[in-house]
Design a protein around this ligand. Structure first.
Ligand code: XUL
Length: 567
């Protein structure tokens, strides 16, 4: 039970389809959770899965005003749910990465003078020079990416400086597209925020700086030198003189300390909801950086988030770049980096195979995955018992980011004579169940290996998100990635992102200072985190012989992916 003096710490998650909040106490205990789903709770915006899509232009974007309306509704739910706002000591949060928000001249004044007798949305709806925020699923910036990469000297060079090669969804190419296609909107933009710093801004009542980690998702930030790259900024701005200065002004500063007190919450929330005047706002980061804060992640540990998309996250002291993955500065800890793989074809691809199998073998009433799981477990490793042979598949019902590939499904047999595209000998659709899980895990192993130990083997894999409840998925993750200590599911995994932010809000207030050294987030969380209640072991991980067998599949799998890319 909470006592009267206990403080609360809030973590928000402004993601693609919903906004969530979690409140924790000083013992890390979650005491309140609520969410607002855009399609359902703000139906007047008519979004589908939180976004608008223009297929012809490959554009995906979301109305900023909808997020604000949803935040109004969420605050109402928090109030109705009995959350005592006066106990909240600090707030942090996370936003879907890469999306940009364009503030008009005059927005800062609107933010400063928010009227507590009104909701936020009607007051802020006019504070934007460009009403839509390009979404991370957008694929409209191929020419901008090509242009930037050519000018800078190729994908390796881009990755070396900004942590990633250019990507359609990254903010720099998106800003360049807005400048080209909506020059007046660009001109009328006083400041550009990421979704994360936008959210911090409406909490603060003034425009917040970028977060140290989320800024690395822009393709603009020189990670090793901790500054915006002048050449890339000039290319995006359209000139090296006043154009570059203008863009730098629009971008504003980057806050290097993830636990910084950015200021107290806007008076608006004090008067309208009863927040304490001294409740502080700390930097809001990206959803993936926030997820790694949901547990004391050690080097060689991996988080695999099994949601709509699949993301693999590692914390590493080594800044080693490659066009095949992303590096970000760590959201709290200087000298550490977050390595990330981000796939479009996560649960949707698995569900497609599941549905094909269910058509011929209906699942049990309780579990729509029962036939799929049975099929996956009944198939031999790599689809065959024959020594020297393997069956491999590539399953991309949606165009894929890793590798950059059109939509399609390809099946192969590999033997001494090489790799052959064929589904001869495949027991379809059952054989796809194991093959898709192997395929998704082999792709992660191929790319995450170099970020891990010399053997490419993780210590632990933590699974979060919807797929982490499926035992067959967890088992294949254990077999293919082979973590030495096993696979663990994070309880509350569905809320890992918001939880990571709430932990960060707590750390920001409670971290100690010894001889001028600030207590690191890892030490702080490690002391308070009780493994026995937070995680459950869901697979043993490394099995002698099995991991090695999958190791032999990496080369033919790489060839199979290249075949799909060049198809
Ligand atoms: C990461 C990415 C997605 C979004 C989803 O690069 O694009 O994971 O952050 O919210």
């Amino acid at each position: 039970m909470m006592t009267v003096n206990d403080g609360l710490y809030l973590g928000f998650d402004l993601s693609t389809q919903q906004i969530k909040v979690i409140a924790i106490d000083e013992k890390l205990e979650p005491v309140f959770q609520a969410n607002v789903e855009f399609d359902v709770d703000t139906p007047e915006y008519k979004t589908r899965k939180g976004v608008y899509t223009n297929k012809a232009l490959k554009e995906v974007y979301a109305p900023v005003a909808m997020w604000i309306k949803a935040f109004d509704i969420l605050l109402g739910k928090m109030k109705d749910g009995g959350l005592d706002f006066s106990k909240v000591r600090s707030i942090s949060g996370a936003g879907q990465q890469h999306g940009s928000v364009y503030w008009s001249y005059g927005a800062e004044e609107v933010l400063e003078k928010l009227d507590p007798s009104q909701a936020l949305e009607p007051q802020l709806a006019k504070a934007f020079s460009h009403e839509m925020s390009p979404n991370w699923q957008d694929h409209s910036t191929a020419s901008e990416c090509d242009f930037l990469e050519e000018q800078l000297g190729g994908p390796e060079k881009f990755a070396e400086i900004t942590g990633s090669k250019t990507h359609h969804r990254f903010t720099g190419p998106q800003i360049l597209r807005v400048r080209h296609r909506h020059p007046d909107d660009y001109k009328n933009t006083a400041r550009i925020s990421l979704v994360s710093s936008f959210f911090a801004s409406i909490l603060l009542g003034s425009i917040a700086p970028f977060d140290v980690s989320d800024v690395c998702g822009m393709n603009l930030w020189d990670i090793p030198n901790e500054k915006f790259d002048e050449k890339i900024i000039s290319l995006v701005a359209g000139g090296e003189g006043k154009e570059k200065d203008e863009l730098l002004r629009k971008l504003g500063p980057v806050e290097p300390d993830g636990g910084k007190n950015l200021g107290c919450i806007s008076d608006y929330y004090v008067k309208r909801y009863g927040f304490a005047k001294d409740c502080i706002i700390t930097p809001v980061t990206g959803d993936n950086p926030s997820t790694i804060l949901a547990l004391p992640l050690r080097p060689l540990d991996v988080i695999v988030s099994l949601g709509t998309s699949t993301t693999l996250l590692v914390s590493t002291p080594v800044y080693k770049t490659s066009p095949t993955y992303h590096m970000f500065s760590h959201p709290t800890t200087r000298g550490l980096y977050m390595g990330m793989l981000c796939y479009c074809n996560g649960s949707l691809a698995r569900e497609k195979v599941r549905d094909d199998i269910n058509e011929i073998k209906p699942p049990s009433a309780e579990d729509p995955w029962s036939s799929f799981n049975e099929a996956a477990m009944a198939s031999p490793i790599l689809g065959t018992e024959t020594e020297g042979e393997m069956k491999l598949g590539v399953y991309f019902p949606l165009p894929e980011i890793i590798p950059d590939c059109q939509a399609g499904t390809w099946r192969f047999t590999s033997d001494a004579s090489g790799l052959h595209e064929t589904d001869k000998g495949w027991d379809l659709p059952s054989a796809d169940a194991r093959a898709i899980l192997e395929s998704q895990n082999l792709s992660m192993r191929l790319r995450a290996g170099p970020l891990l130990s010399s053997t490419g083997q993780p210590r632990r894999v933590y699974v979060v998100g919807g797929g982490s409840r499926n035992p067959a998925i967890c088992k294949l993750t254990g077999q293919v990635l082979g973590p030495t200590e096993g696979v663990y599911r994070l309880e509350l995994g569905g809320n890992a992102c918001a939880l990571g932010s709430a932990y960060k809000a707590l750390w920001a207030v409670m971290r100690t200072k010894t001889d001028g050294e600030i207590e690191s987030f890892e030490d702080f969380l490690g002391k308070r985190w009780d493994e026995s209640t937070m995680i459950v072991k869901v697979d043993e991980g490394y099995r002698e012989g099995v991991w090695e067998k999958y190791g032999k599949a990496l080369k033919p799998f790489d060839e199979a992916e290249k075949y799909a890319v060049n198809y």
